[in-house]
Design a protein around this ligand. Structure first.
Ligand code: 5RP
Length: 275
């Protein structure tokens, strides 16, 4: 591993081996979903608490101050929209690479992110996206985060450790430096155990109770994940700031969810809707 690649990874993965990535890239196929309608203000308040910020180049250049100090994980692929996928006009899995390594370097990215859609007709295409990006990225010491199992067509497989394990392992075998996948209640340790590179947990759809989302992060870490790359359960929460602060305690201090969440005092910025 080159010095540059190790250095970039060390900016994302903290000294304790853990990381809290804040994912706000959803607009690249979902548009302005709840919580991301006015991303600038939300990012100004929440992004400082993350270890790394995952987003698209458009959101980065328009909504994040250029003096932002945390590492950026840049979404590097995309194409289809949720609209076309819902109408069954176009598969959401039909991703192509959308940015070059030069774009990522120019934006001072610390990693690039590529989705793979194992088990769909686009698995070979998206594996090629990943593999080609790894070859290009390694020339410049840029880590690649592979995103697995995220996408509407895969809903029935999200709780299947065999599927998640296969997808994570394939991502690592094709050269990903970090893999992001969903948590599954049974067998998540097989998913992380079978993956030779670090695994981070994606949060998934907003759940009704903050503690449930935090518990999932806690469980994922206790079963081998090095942290989370979470979005909606943070920015769609009525207590976003409290959520991200609690996640930090869970990930870096191993504090149990209830304690991590409830021991954070209510302050003027605890709820994002209060100025
Ligand atoms: C979308 C993504 C998201 O970043 C990922 O799903 C994490 O966000 P969430 O916690 O909302 O699921 O990769 O393709």
């Amino acid at each position: 591993m080159s010095w540059g690649l190790e250095n970039r990874l060390s900016r994302i993965i903290q000294k304790d081996g853990k990381t809290l990535m804040f994912a706000v890239d959803h607009g690249y196929f979902l548009g302005a979903i709840k919580g991301l309608e006015q991303p600038k203000d939300m990012l100004r308040k929440l992004a400082p608490y993350a270890d790394a910020l995952m987003l698209t180049r458009g959101l980065l250049t328009n909504c994040v101050s250029s003096d932002y100090k945390k590492p950026i994980i840049l979404r590097a692929d995309g194409g289809p929209s949720i609209g076309a996928a819902k109408e069954k006009i176009h598969s959401l899995a039909d991703h192509e690479v959308m940015i070059t390594l030069e774009d990522a370097l120019k934006l001072n990215a610390s990693a690039v992110a590529i989705s793979i859609f194992v088990g769909t007709e686009y698995e070979t295409q998206t594996m090629k996206n990943l593999s080609k990006m790894v070859s290009e990225a390694e020339k410049y010491g840029m880590p690649v985060l592979a995103v697995t199992a995220v996408g509407l067509s895969l809903d029935n497989l999200k709780e299947d450790p065999k599927y998640l394990g296969l997808a994570c392992r394939m991502a690592a075998e094709h050269g990903a430096h970090i893999v992001k996948t969903y948590y599954c209640t049974n067998g998540f340790e097989e998913v992380t155990g079978g993956c030779p590179v670090p695994v981070v947990m994606a949060g998934g759809k907003k759940v009704d109770d903050e503690i449930k989302a935090l518990q999932q992060a806690y469980n994922a870490i206790s079963k081998g994940a090095i942290g989370v790359d979470m979005g909606r359960n943070i920015f769609q929460s009525n207590n976003s700031l409290k959520m991200i602060k609690a996640l930090k305690k869970i990930i870096h201090k191993g504090i149990a969810p209830e304690e991590a969440y409830w021991k954070i005092p209510e302050g003027p910025y605890t709820r994002l809707d209060k100025k």
